[in-house]
Design a protein around this ligand. Structure first.
Ligand code: CP3
Length: 344
């Protein structure tokens, strides 16, 4: 295995002392970069995720440009469910769209188990990437069962999660069968990435913030915990992230995370009090601050670094993904600032 234990990123995930606070950005690869827009011309999102040459190039683009401390494997959370038989597309400007949503017991058969051979292209891309990246760790990722279920049940992005919650509250047996299947798929998908050489994994439960703590613990956490605990022996740090999850931070840590991702709504010192002293934190500059001028970026970055000092480990990131309109030069400057302010 190739976990880069001495890298600032892995050390911070493990709560060990670092020479500087490591930094990477969710969605660092993507539309904020002109070189990304160019290479994606005429190639669909799902197709680009299935081509190891493109995945490798797109993953490396932000590493070359910004000097970030980690790369994130270029893919999407719906790639494994497409590989497990669901007919879907990723529509530019919208997100994942599922042709026939899952609404009834009889629909479950269309979501079969994932076997590693279904995602050979992932193994191939990660092997190429690990060789190219050298001392820079590669982060693997997957969508968590709740967030994946929301796309499968709604058929696409949603503001209210009405159909998702209707199934969760009204048909708990079907709900648990669906989430258990998704947990299996997710665990297989993450194990494939670990076996191919990633140094950490991030479980994205982006939309879990739609739930109360009690409902999260009852209907969602057991399934996410099965994924995270299933990786316990894998030897890689596990990051668990969601948006709008202030009331869920403690539970998301308990689910089996080494690092809890925090959005911009909760200061990192307060987040650490809730999560406890055993886990590191990741975050949490508001991605919108990057549009407010450099002076503001610098002030807010210093604040985030200061508040992050109360955690046993801090991985600097945004509170959610880079917005497509972001000036990439600000991101490069931000990486240098984090390194300068936190460096010993
Ligand atoms: O750099 C990275 O962070 C790695 C790549 C990555 C993508 N999707 C590429 C992508 C990652 C980690 C994801 C995860 C993902 N996908 C999540 C969880 C993270 C989050 O943002 O909360 C979710 C909810 C999805 C589902 C999804 N896929 C959405 C909401 C969208 C955006 C729709 C749009 O066009 O604005 C996608 C499409 C997508 N995934 C794009 C990229 C680069 C844009 C498609 C394109 O460039 O054509």
């Amino acid at each position: 295995m190739t976990v880069l234990e001495d890298s600032p990123f892995v050390r911070a995930c493990r709560g060990l002392p670092v020479t500087r606070t490591p930094v990477w950005f969710m969605r660092q690869a993507g539309r904020s970069l002109p070189e990304y827009r160019k290479i994606r011309e005429g190639v669909g999102m799902l197709e680009s995720c299935r081509r190891p040459d493109l995945v490798t190039e797109i993953t490396l683009q932000p590493v070359r440009r910004h000097n970030v401390d980690a790369a994130i494997f270029f893919s999407d959370i719906v790639v494994p469910i497409a590989a497990a038989g669901i007919d879907l597309d990723i529509v530019a400007g919208t997100g994942p769209v599922v042709a026939e949503p899952i609404r009834a017991e009889s629909d479950l058969a269309r979501l079969r188990e994932l076997v590693p051979a279904d995602v050979d292209f992932v193994t191939e891309a990660i092997k190429l990437l690990v060789a190219e990246l050298g001392e820079t760790p590669l982060i693997g990722f997957a969508g968590a069962p709740f967030t994946l279920a929301s796309y499968l049940i709604e058929g696409g992005p949603s503001r209210t999660y009405l159909k998702t919650k209707a199934m969760m509250y009204g048909a708990p047996d079907l709900w648990n069968a669906l989430l258990a299947r998704l947990a299996d798929i997710t665990l297989t998908f993450l194990r494939v990435q670990v076996d191919a050489g990633v140094s950490a994994v991030q479980l994205f439960d982006s939309w879990a913030g739609a739930l109360s703590e009690a409902d999260y613990r009852r209907y969602v956490m057991p399934h996410s915990a099965r994924v995270l605990n299933g990786l316990l022996g894998a030897g890689v740090p596990r990051i668990h992230f969601g948006v709008g999850t202030a009331v869920l931070l403690e539970a998301m840590g308990e689910a089996g995370a080494d690092v809890v991702g925090v959005d911009w709504r909760t200061p990192l010192d307060e987040a650490t009090r809730r999560i406890g002293p055993d886990r590191a934190v990741q975050g949490n500059l508001d991605p919108a601050i990057l549009f407010a001028g450099w002076e503001t970026v610098e002030r807010e970055t210093r604040r985030v670094l200061r508040q992050g000092e109360s955690a046993p480990g801090h991985v600097f990131n945004l509170g959610h993904g880079v917005m497509p309109e972001t000036d990439p030069e600000i991101l490069t400057r931000l990486v240098a600032l984090v390194h300068e302010v936190s460096g010993s």
